[in-house]
Design a protein around this ligand. Structure first.
Ligand SMILES: *Cc1c(COP(=O)(O)O)cnc(C)c1O
Length: 501
């Protein structure tokens, strides 16, 4: 007992003092680059960890040996702490608009626009000689008018915010009628009844889950009704014996009764998606033509822009949204507005739209190209890795759009599939594709696939840059084999039955 205490105390005495650490020339170098407070706090953490190790296992960490080891340990802690969490990944999950991977990728024009406004002051709300203070949404408003015919628009943080503001500004303290078939829940706790309550509106449900008629809406209108709201059932589909009341019919009813017709479109495509083999997503411009007063949709779903919520429609109602105190809390910053403006400008030219916006580039990429990419990748992997631990096959698969858009529609695609090669993996009986998946995710450019039935699937429709993917995948697979102590030569040996027996 006393001996243990004595040896523990002896170990404590071996720990270098902070003052001496701060005098090591390399540590002084780090302090010059990074500043003293941070380096000192990293060293404090190292000493704390060392004391912990002494207490737990009566041993010293290796870095205590000499100043070279100390600086190596410090350098590794510095570089670990400097690694940013939001670095690029390759999304081969089979979901193009993956909410957990940040949804839309921006077009180059949007990237340039954002970079510029980040560096400089910009006339976000500044009078540039026209005699009035500009509004931060006015540039987008003009573009939206050009593209959809809407009088005006209001831009906020996301579509959830757009719906909240739309309801609060038009209908607080009053009744809003919604079909029972459209009481949508979007992931992340966005539920129509809850948003309604947050906006201070009274939800009036009408009709049934599968059928809601015009007369159901008409019968529910009272002197307290402010609006009828339509919600696009973007992440589910009701089929069979169904009836939805179309916007045009509702518009006539609302106009007659002097109430507003508002619509949450969710994705809200500005262009017809049938050319990709997707079904027709309701378009804001059509809704406005049908007589809807306000339409809201996301910036980063099928629009292909930054996270934002757009409310477009009647000037008078938009003015109410702009004047509402919530607008101040939900408004977008200059970076979002610049990215959105640049993205919307792409819609002026339908000829180049599909090549400019990453989302459409991916959705429109021909299957034969993906098949060729799969073959090249497979060949490369065999050539460079002799991918012995895994069988790599090419499989047909289907990509989904994601983010609650078009839940029923799947696009044909091709996947590279990894399965453990049982003959080669004999010396690694516990090997699973989960390990490979983990390894791919830990790469400096992580590759994110999907695991089904003991196979790791990499859906190639998500690829951005073929040559980069080939490079990253080959290197990463090679490294995996090295780390498993499974070199090319060993691979051949283990594969042969004589050795295995
Ligand atoms: C996606 C969606 C929302 C939420 O939009 P965010 O931009 O994610 O906030 C709201 N309503 C519908 C119908 C949606 O599909």
């Amino acid at each position: 007992m006393t001996q243990a205490i004595n040896s523990t105390q002896a170990l404590y005495r071996c720990l270098p003092a902070m003052d001496s650490l701060l005098l090591i020339p390399q540590v002084i170098g780090f302090i010059e680059q990074q500043g003293k407070p941070w380096i000192k706090s990293l060293l404090t953490q190292m000493l704390d960890d060392a004391r912990q190790q002494i207490t737990n296992s009566q041993s010293l960490p290796n870095w205590c040996l000499d100043s070279a080891n100390i600086t190596t340990e410090l350098a590794s802690r510095i570089s670990k702490a400097q690694r940013q969490s939001m670095t690029p990944v390759i999304n081969l999950t089979g979901t193009v608009l993956h909410t957990n991977l940040g949804r839309s990728q921006m077009c180059e024009a949007a990237i340039d626009a954002v970079t510029q406004v980040m560096r400089s002051p910009v006339p976000l709300e500044f009078d540039m000689g026209q005699g009035k203070r500009g509004h931060r949404d006015s540039a987008i408003s003009a573009l939206i008018h050009e593209l959809t015919g809407a009088d005006s628009c209001c831009i906020v943080n996301n579509n959830a915010a757009a719906v909240l503001l739309m309801l609060a500004a038009t209908s607080a303290g009053k009744e809003v009628i919604v079909s029972r078939g459209e009481l949508v829940e979007i992931g992340g706790a966005f539920r129509i009844p809850d948003i309604m309550a947050q906006a201070g509106c009274k939800l009036v449900e009408v009709g049934c889950t599968n059928r809601t008629h015009l007369k159901d809406y008409a019968a529910a209108i009272t002197e307290n009704t402010a609006a009828i709201m339509k919600v696009h059932t973007s992440n589910y589909h009701i089929s069979g014996f169904t009836k939805v009341t179309e916007e045009a019919e509702l518009a006539a009813l609302c106009k007659d009764k002097g109430i507003a017709l508002i619509s949450d479109l969710g994705s809200g495509a500005l262009t017809d998606l049938s050319r990709f083999g997707l079904s027709k997503e309701p378009m804001p411009q059509q809704m406005l033509k049908d007589g809807v007063n306000l339409v809201s949709f996301s910036g980063d779903k099928l629009l292909g822009g930054p996270q934002a919520g757009l409310v477009v429609g009647d000037a008078e109602l938009i003015a109410k949204l702009q004047a509402h105190p919530l607008k101040r809390a939900l408004r977008c910053d200059k970076m979002t507005l610049a990215a959105l403006e640049a993205t919307l400008m792409q819609y002026r030219n339908p000829q180049t739209l599909d090549s400019q916006l990453p989302i459409f580039r991916k959705l429109s990429r021909p299957l034969v190209e993906l098949e060729q990419l799969a073959q090249t990748l497979q060949q490369q992997l065999v050539d460079s890795v002799n991918s012995s631990l895994f069988d790599v096959t090419i499989q047909a698969c289907q990509t989904q759009v994601g983010s609650g858009s078009q839940p029923d529609v799947l696009l044909d695609s091709v996947a590279l599939c990894f399965a453990v090669n049982p003959a080669a993996a004999k010396g690694h009986s516990s090997l699973t594709v989960l390990q490979l998946d983990k390894h791919f995710k830990a790469a400096s450019l992580p590759i994110i696939g999907r695991i089904t039935t003991n196979q790791l699937w990499l859906d190639l429709r998500g690829a951005d840059c073929d040559s980069q993917l080939i490079e990253v995948l080959t290197t990463s697979l090679l490294r995996f084999h090295r780390e498993m102590g499974f070199h090319r030569e060993i691979g051949f040996e283990i594969k042969s039955p004589e050795v295995a027996s």
